[in-house]
Design a protein around this ligand. Structure first.
Ligand code: PLP
Length: 283
């Protein structure tokens, strides 16, 4: 059994120290457990390499701005993440979550930590097996992010209860995974992943302006795709676009690239050769 490793970060002092994950570290009145009031990132460390750190930091900084939190210190976080990896048992794939909470109310002191653990086995297995997906409505339209910034759409906050509830709903209804749709019929994202579809030699993904997270795995894939002759496009996709695509995947730092087998019970095409090529690009 591989146990997690923990580094507590003092943002005000710009320091961090290793800590025992089995010992209490957070006050029970911290706003992270009380209100989910904070932001985080989850980076993948494969073969000792931290993947996409700069893209994760850029997104953490965006989340911080959206949440009126101070600009995160990229250098401090890199060192803290490296320390968490260093303290972790050897493992092919490690995931490091680094978290900033608004801290204990009225103290003005943020709470922050980096927690490293092994990538879940099911996430790795799904790269081969693929997932059956149900489309579920997210309850807002594709303009909501622009109109209603207080909804924090596009920020990676600690409030994942809705996303987890949707995943449980999918499992209760015979599926493995969810893809959210907007009330005006746009494909959005999965609860912890970005949707990418192939149409001929073009990779398509929903425009992040539709109120979804800008996925760092998708960003890296789109950066590298021209190397294997693919063009890339941010688009407004519908259910029909996914059903008629040449392949559909869900992407995240933890899962990398997972093929979609079916949507609402209808099989979608799989292109495992292309999937392998894209996985190699992600490294
Ligand atoms: N969308 C949501 C809601 C997520 O939680 C995640 C995972 O963090 C993603 C997309 C994919 O992002 P990334 O590729 O940076 O892991």
């Amino acid at each position: 059994m591989v146990s997690p490793s923990l580094v507590m970060v003092d943002l005000a002092a710009g320091t961090f120290h290793p800590a025992d994950v089995t010992e209490p570290q957070l006050r029970v009145d911290d706003l992270a457990p009380v209100r989910g009031d904070g932001i985080f990132e989850a980076v993948s460390v494969r073969g000792g390499v931290i993947h996409g750190f700069d893209d994760h930091m850029a997104r953490l900084a965006r989340s911080a701005r959206t949440m009126d939190l101070p600009e995160p210190d990229a250098g401090l976080w890199r060192r803290a993440v490296e320390a968490a990896v260093e303290a972790h048992d050897a493992c092919d794939e490690i995931v490091v979550r680094f978290i900033i909470s608004r801290g204990v109310e009225a103290t003005g002191a943020l709470t922050a930590w980096a927690l490293a653990g092994p990538a879940p086995e099911h996430a790795i297995a799904e790269r081969e097996t693929g997932v059956d997906v149900v489309l579920l409505e997210r309850g807002y339209d594709s303009d909501a992010a622009q109109r209603a910034p207080w909804l924090l759409l596009g920020a990676k906050t600690l409030s994942y209860a809705v996303n987890m509830a949707a995943t449980r709903y999918a499992k209760d209804h015979g599926a493995d995974e969810v893809i959210f749709t907007s009330s005006d019929g746009a494909i959005l994202e999965a609860p912890t992943s970005t949707v990418v579809a192939a149409r001929g030699d073009t990779l398509l993904t929903p425009d992040p302006d539709f109120g979804i997270l800008f996925g760092t795995t998708q960003i890296e894939l789109f950066r590298r795709a021209p190397e294997v002759g693919l063009t890339v496009e941010y688009a407004r996709l519908t259910e029909e676009d996914l059903l008629t695509a040449d392949a559909v995947w869900v992407l995240s730092s933890v899962r990398l690239l997972v093929p979609v087998n079916s949507i609402n019970g209808t099989p979608v095409k799989r292109d495992d050769d292309r999937g392998r090529t894209l996985l190699e690009l992600l490294g």
